[in-house]
Design a protein around this ligand. Structure first.
Ligand SMILES: [Zn+2]
Length: 283
């Protein structure tokens, strides 16, 4: 993706230098539980991964920003600006509405949100309550080294996916879906979660298509990087890579194939109406 030297977004809230919220004695574990307990936490679910004990929980260490962190922040800022340009256009063209951008909170280590505490290990997420997306700039390293999704467009897909949740929030979809989930049993609630997530992937595909056609920022191999990322963070693949047998009832984000398919569908159609996972005969 062409991003270096390009204009970034003003809607970044950088909490990294303030050191975030670091309570003594393992905010990491507590924060993670808080996030998971909320239930409406919409992020890259790396839970199976964490349960293997293979991931580090950040706990009370001092926050030092590396050159990679700085680069990640600039990258996120430019990608966020691209989502703002593109969703403003889509809202106007396809919905006859005005897009109100989200705020992206950058943190390193741990931070708090109205949806619960978070740490880098819990992955990026969107909180509908304060209309902010949260991202630990270390996550991109996890994404490429541990989850096997390398390349800048894999990272862009993650940013676009979180912003897609904001789009769902703006459209009233999240509120409605989460209201329904509150009355459901776990398996049914998980199924609705999958619909929310696959729709966010479809919206991310639309975003990628507009980035290609309108902004001309896609480079050779970018689409493949996004599709590979979608595959690597599919529930079945995550569970399998954590040494578990995939359990469809526990899926909250969709399988690798579903995530790729819905992203592709968004990319190919560039039409928001084609992303109706709630009305689809099959996912
Ligand atoms: Zn999501």
């Amino acid at each position: 993706m062409k991003w270096r030297g390009r204009q970034g977004s003003r809607n970044i809230e950088d909490r990294r230098r303030s050191g975030g919220v670091r309570a003594a004695g393992g905010i990491g574990g507590f924060g993670l539980l808080a996030v998971l307990a909320i239930g409406y936490f919409l992020g890259v679910d790396v839970t199976p991964f964490l349960n293997t004990g293979g991931s580090q929980i950040t706990s009370g260490r001092s926050v030092e920003l590396t050159p990679q962190d700085e680069q990640a922040a600039q990258f996120v800022s430019v990608t966020l600006a691209d989502t703002e340009t593109i969703w403003a256009e889509i809202f106007e063209q396809q919905l006859n509405a005005t897009y109100r951008p989200a705020t992206m909170v950058l943190f390193k280590g741990a931070t708090q949100s109205p949806c619960g505490g978070a740490n880098g290990a819990s992955g990026p997420f969107y909180c509908p309550t304060d209309r902010k997306a949260y991202l630990d700039t270390d996550f991109f390293t996890t994404l490429s080294r541990r989850l096997g999704a390398s390349g800048d467009f894999a990272a862009a897909y993650v940013v676009a996916h979180e912003i897609a949740h904001h789009v769902q929030n703006e459209l009233g979809i999240l509120a409605e879906a989460n209201k329904a989930r509150a009355r459901m049993g776990q398996a049914e609630s998980n199924r609705v979660s999958v619909m929310i997530e696959l729709q966010a992937d479809c919206f991310s595909g639309i975003w990628a298509r507009y980035a290609q056609d309108r902004l001309g920022t896609l480079e050779r191999g970018d689409l493949g990087e996004a599709l590979n990322a979608a595959r690597q963070i599919g529930d079945d693949t995550l569970q399998r890579n954590a040494g578990q047998r995939p359990n469809p009832h526990s899926f909250t984000h969709g399988t690798s194939a579903q995530r790729q398919n819905w992203f592709q569908r968004g990319f190919e159609t560039a039409d928001i109406q084609q992303c109706d996972t709630f009305g689809a005969a099959s996912l």
